[in-house]
Design a protein around this ligand. Structure first.
Ligand code: UTP
Length: 295
């Protein structure tokens, strides 16, 4: 088994144009859309922090400055809230900024997820690192990045977060060539994968949903990866080459994932949080029931 290193760093690619969420994404980055009272990006940074990550690099793009503002102190809010005796709110705003070190780097052109990740090469250096896809929000008991770190530490191999996806939906995702690990905790060895498989090209129903943990060898591969599906540099194409060269593990993670880059996923995530939030849950549940009973 290869020696494992502590996983301290994470990347959140958030530079995509978000065309599935137009027209709102023209003015508000989809990663800043609210899931109840927090922007989507907050849930990702929090998941990283709760997993033991200390440094997060957000790959950003033009017109996405709101992401940076959210993770900075606001003396104006502090002063107003303090005057009103709302010290708890001041504390909360500071806690958000102090969870981890958050860095921002621009991907000057949205040439794909792989291209976005390659921007992080110098940030990563020679350490293992996690990637949290910017529009995949996962609600779970144990943070999914932590679940992947556990798998990485157990086998000494990179780990990708997967779920079983119905065959007809695999074309939207990717498909793993995987063998179940005996005595593993829902873990697999992966030796190949395919991005957006056409019918008949699938290896299995296991697809990566939003979280991976890789070692820096991926960067050399990414540098030599040609544009793939959609003319973009695909991270999965590079991970496939990586899996064939070094081997990868997959973990069927515990947690509910929502693609907030799609209207349906965005609506579902808000629905779930509204049903859980102490300020809204009772009235909202009542409202939903009454609404559905209406003719
Ligand atoms: P998606 O393919 O879902 O994002 O990428 P997109 O291109 O913004 O979406 P649509 O299809 O136009 O609606 C997954 C994640 O990777 C980031 C996105 O911001 C998203 O969080 N991404 C994608 C980049 O950072 N750079 C890119 O060039 C592409």
């Amino acid at each position: 088994m290869k020696a494992v290193k502590q996983v301290r760093k994470a990347i959140i690619p958030a530079a995509g144009l978000g065309t599935r969420m137009l027209p709102i994404s023209r003015a508000v980055p989809k990663e800043m859309l609210p899931i109840m009272d927090y922007p989507a990006l907050y849930y990702l940074v929090k998941e990283a922090a709760d997993s033991g990550i200390t440094d997060v690099l957000v790959i950003t793009g033009r017109d996405k400055n709101a992401m940076e503002e959210f993770f900075d102190y606001s003396p104006e809010y502090d002063a107003t809230l303090t005057k009103k005796g709302r010290d708890e709110d001041v504390k909360l705003l500071h806690e958000i900024c102090d969870m981890v070190n958050v860095y921002f780097l621009r991907q000057k052109e949205p040439k794909g997820l792989g291209h976005a990740v390659l921007r992080a090469k110098d940030f990563v250096g020679d350490e293992p690192f996690a990637i949290l896809y910017g529009d995949d929000i996962i609600f779970s008991k144990r943070p999914v990045v932590r679940q992947l770190i556990d798998t990485y530490e157990k086998y000494g191999l990179s780990a990708v977060g997967v779920k079983e996806v119905p065959t007809e939906q695999l074309a939207k995702y990717c498909s793993m060539k995987a063998q179940k690990i005996e005595d593993g905790e829902n873990e697999y060895y992966v030796d190949d994968m395919i991005e957006k498989p056409k019918p008949g090209e699938e290896f299995s129903n296991l697809a990566i949903l939003g979280r991976v943990l890789l070692t820096p060898e991926i960067f050399q591969i990414l540098e030599n990866t040609e544009p793939g599906a959609g003319g973009e540099i695909q991270l999965t194409d590079a991970m496939a080459a990586y899996a064939r060269a070094y081997g990868v593990t997959a973990k069927v993670f515990e947690g509910d994932r929502y693609d907030i880059g799609s209207k349906l996923g965005f609506a579902k995530a808000n629905f779930v949080k509204a049903l859980e939030h102490p300020e809204t849950r009772e009235e909202f549940a009542k409202f939903v029931k009454e609404y559905l009973e209406k003719e």
